[in-house]
Design a protein around this ligand. Structure first.
Ligand code: TRP
Length: 349
């Protein structure tokens, strides 16, 4: 976590850009993405996917990387990787990411972007990489020896952002240190070899952290996540078996009543109503009534997304075409940037 002062500064800069975006969307290029380890869930949707669609619809150049190489930062296999990648494209399209306006591509298909690793690695120190909170957290969670790929994680994210000259990256507060390394790399490259890369800013999103059904972070591995691709019946079942507590009267108290409050937050996000207001309405109706309400509003909210997703499930060829086209465009951009890098470094023979 960066210190308060630098957080305040980042927030101010981010707010400025949020305002400027509305009148000057053409000045911005967004890059963000996901690791294809499973299906997207409501946490992803409210945390980042909605914001991507908003930026896309504003007319910002939007680019989404499916970071397949990142899957092996802390895993020993690539089982189901192709299915996960196609499933992710389906989730994106179903949520309103439009492949004509947003470039969707996979890490592994863009060799010139990956080649930026070599010059970029020369611009950072081992200590800088080890200090990165994500590297530390993932390392602690993995039960693995620290792989070179995990250690250099902030550098390959810099490659992802900079190959397409991304200048805004939507992030949560915890990810600001990534963006700091990326902008350091860009600055150091520009100072040594001449300006090739833009200034990069983390665009802080206002959305609060979306709790899973048990109040912990929403994550597939905790079994507390509502996947966008679930059926209505699966959604109902998951909500039904979520843990609440023995107090009948429903109230919003995230600290004291994490299960009940997570359900209220979920309903609040899907309806735009305040969690306190929903709690009051249900009152002595208890957890059973609350769960029925949450199931209803989640399924209603997701219905159009799910309907669109089913269409893509039935048309894998289209999904593959979207990816092939994105990869082709990404390669053209990466080749151009790598050309500029070689030229700046005097490596044109
Ligand atoms: N690390 C991100 C995730 O875990 C995915 C990602 C890869 C990314 N490269 C990026 C995000 C660059 C922002 C910028 O989902």
């Amino acid at each position: 976590m960066p210190n308060e002062g630098s957080y305040e500064a980042a927030l101010k800069r981010s707010d400025q850009i949020q305002r400027d975006l509305l009148t000057n969307p053409g000045a911005y290029r967004m890059l963000t993405g996901d690791r294809p380890t499973g299906r997207l869930h409501l946490g992803h949707y409210f945390g980042t996917i909605k914001e991507r669609v908003r930026l896309q619809d504003l007319g910002v150049s939007t680019n989404v990387i499916i970071a397949d190489y990142q899957v092996i930062t802390d895993r020993d296999s690539t089982d189901n990787i192709a299915d996960n990648v196609y499933g992710m494209v389906m989730d994106y399209l179903a949520c309103g990411i439009d492949p004509r306006r947003t470039m969707i591509f996979t890490h592994s298909a863009v060799p010139a972007a990956n080649q930026l690793m070599l010059p970029f690695l020369s611009l950072v120190t081992e200590a800088e990489m080890e200090r990165n909170p994500t590297v530390k957290a993932e390392q602690a969670a993995s039960g693995h020896a620290l792989t070179g790929l995990l250690l250099t994680y902030p550098v390959h994210q810099a490659c992802d952002i900079l190959f397409c000259k991304g200048n805004i990256v939507p992030v949560g507060r915890d990810q600001l240190p990534h963006i700091e390394i990326t902008s350091k790399i860009a600055r150091r490259f520009n100072e040594r070899y001449g300006r090739v890369f833009p200034d990069v800013t983390g665009l802080l999103t206002a959305t609060p952290l979306i709790p899973g059904l048990d109040g912990r972070k929403m994550s597939k591995s905790y079994g507390n996540a509502i996947a966008l691709s679930m059926s209505e019946a699966e959604t109902a079942k998951l909500i039904k078996k979520s843990r609440t507590d023995s107090e009948r009267n429903i109230s919003f108290d995230p600290e004291g009543r994490p299960g009940v409050s997570a359900l209220l937050t979920t309903a609040s996000l899907c309806t735009g109503r305040k969690p306190e207001e929903i709690a009051e309405e249900i009152g002595m109706g208890g957890a059973g009534q609350l769960k029925r309400y949450v199931t209803q509003v989640v399924n209603d909210y997701l219905a159009p997304i799910r309907e669109r997703r089913r269409r893509y499930e039935d048309d894998l060829d289209l999904v593959k075409d979207v990816l092939r086209d994105g990869n082709r465009r990404a390669n053209a951009i990466a080749d151009r940037t790598l050309g500029e890098v070689r030229e700046a470094m005097g490596m044109v023979y």
